[in-house]
Unconditional design. Structure first.
Ligand code: ATP
Ligand code: MG
Ligand code: MG
Ligand code: MG
Length: 470
């Protein structure tokens, strides 16, 4: 059954309302009182305190559609059919209320009755020791045993050090042979796009003790996450999350601007998808008060924006375009996220300043990078020194993954360790001589002159943040 993204969201939230859940608005992308996380990356992340009991939830049953950012997935964006750095996660949560017997049949009811997905396209996975869930799937729901796949701890057990943890059970959709990687072992759980995971049900059943044992929790929780764009991909029968109605409207705006036809050339298609995804991330982050900077989540915003701008150049867009493009994001998601509408002028301003400040130096930097690469070629080197990569970063505003990406296109790479060492040294120098600004330091002062009503706290720079914020 065809359903638009906005309809799927509404269907999910009202389905769980019919099961006595309280519907809450998405929490902001910036975590509140949680230093362990740079940006919200799942529906449960902003509700951790409800799960641990530190805070009392407004209801024992809650349902949300949560804005999520996963920079850890950046390498996949544009390459797989199913990953974005930004996506929306639909979820239902039980804080010591219902458990497996309820959530497993409900999820099946929603998928097969409300969304009308044919059962013969569906598979489920369980944790290998969680026979209880396996029996519920088989006996209560009627899923044939051969469609219930057991996975090990790495895949289907949710655990974070000591504390509440438990098995997961996931639902997959078989998109058919044509999406298979072709490997003889391709099956549910394969990394390719054939069997698409769309819903993960986390069943927090145990407490992991310091001695490595598990005790049964008195208060069991449920935390589920369904990718909205993935579900819409299934319902709309399209190739990827970049083809669903809302996301496609952004993609179309890029094609119009660049005069590039989508689906004609694999290389430009990747650029179109990268921009489509990144403009969603940066628009949402800016609306939630993140400002481009050299640290923490501000740096995540900066890299995504610059990467989008650079892919714009690859498509032949020579002038500023991102603020204009964010209008397409606001148009399709403004109803669900009214903050986009409220802050639209502010969003345009921030994106415009950052994009222009990047262009001021990127051309110069590209020249330097090209001549560095020529030198490397002549010398028969394939690895760029940390020092050179750092100069591009520090003087020309090239985020490291931008440099990496450009080098990779020419079969080269960067000495990342040495780059990180240079970063550290610079941090120390900067600490010793506060006020002496580099190129990007100078750009930052521009933001401080803006009437910024939103306060954001930045986590300190951390190497991990370059690659993953999970
Ligand atoms: P995958 O294995 O496909 O990377 P995941 O196991 O990392 O997904 P979960 O952490 O279980 O994903 O998140 C719950 C749901 O959120 C997934 O089942 C999927 O539908 C959706 N999801 C996860 N990551 C992304 C992403 N990068 N882009 C779009 N949807 C996503
Ligand atoms: Mg993943
Ligand atoms: Mg997975
Ligand atoms: Mg999962």
């Amino acid at each position: 059954k065809y359903m638009g993204v906005n309809e799927v969201r509404e269907a999910f939230l009202s389905f769980f309302e019919s099961k006595e859940h309280l519907r809450l608005q998405s929490f902001p992308l910036v975590p509140h009182n949680d230093k362990s996380l740079l940006l919200i990356n799942s529906g449960m992340a902003p509700m951790k305190a409800f799960f641990t009991g530190q805070e009392i939830p407004p209801s024992k049953r809650v349902t949300t559609c949560q804005k999520c950012i996963r920079t850890g997935d950046i390498e996949n964006v544009g390459k797989t059919a199913r990953h974005g750095t930004f996506f929306e996660m639909l979820g239902d949560f039980s804080f010591g209320d219902y458990f497996k017997n309820e959530i497993i049949p409900w999820s099946w009811e929603f998928v097969t009755k409300v969304l009308e997905i044919p059962q013969d396209k569906l598979y489920v996975t369980i944790y290998e020791e969680d026979d209880e869930s396996g029996d519920i799937w088989h006996n209560m729901v009627g899923v044939p045993r051969e469609r219930i796949k057991k996975l090990g701890k790495a895949d289907n057990f949710w655990e974070h050090g000591t504390g509440p943890c438990g098995p997961c059970t996931e639902i997959y959709y078989d998109r058919g042979e044509q999406y298979s990687c072709g490997s003889p072992t391709c099956d549910v759980g394969c990394d390719c796009d054939r069997y698409m995971e769309f819903w993960n049900l986390v069943l927090t059943q145990f407490n992991a003790e310091a001695d490595g044992t598990y005790t049964e929790l008195a208060q069991k929780n449920v935390d589920t996450g369904m990718g909205l764009e993935r579900m819409a991909t299934i319902l709309q029968g399209v190739d990827s999350i970049f083809d669903v109605d809302t996301v496609k409207s952004i993609r179309d705006a890029i094609c119009l601007k660049s005069n590039v036809k989508y689906g004609k050339n694999a290389k430009t298609d990747v650029s179109v998808r990268v921009i489509t995804d990144h403009i969603r991330s940066v628009t949402m982050m800016t609306a939630d008060g993140v400002l481009p900077s050299n640290e923490g989540r501000g740096y995540v915003l900066r890299r995504l924006l610059r990467r989008a701008a650079r892919h714009g150049r690859l498509l032949g867009i020579e002038e500023e375009f991102l603020a204009e493009l964010s209008k397409a994001v606001i148009a399709c998601s403004g109803d669900a996220y009214p903050e986009l509408v409220d802050k639209r002028e502010y969003i345009f301003k921030i994106l415009s300043i950052e994009e222009n400040s990047f262009y001021k130096t990127i051309d110069k930097g590209m020249d330097i990078l090209k001549s560095d690469m020529d030198e490397m070629k002549t010398a028969g080197q394939t690895t760029m020194s940390g020092e050179k990569a750092f100069r591009l970063y520090d003087t020309y505003g090239f985020p490291i993954d931008l440099t990496k990406e450009i080098l990779e296109e020419a079969g080269m790479n960067v000495d990342e360790e040495a780059f990180v060492a240079e970063m550290k040294q610079q941090k120390e120098r900067a600490r010793a001589a506060r006020g002496k600004s580099t190129y990007m330091g100078a750009a930052e002062t521009v933001y401080h002159e803006l009437p910024v009503e939103l306060e954001t706290k930045f986590a300190g720079y951390d190497v991990k943040e370059l690659t993953d914020v999970k």
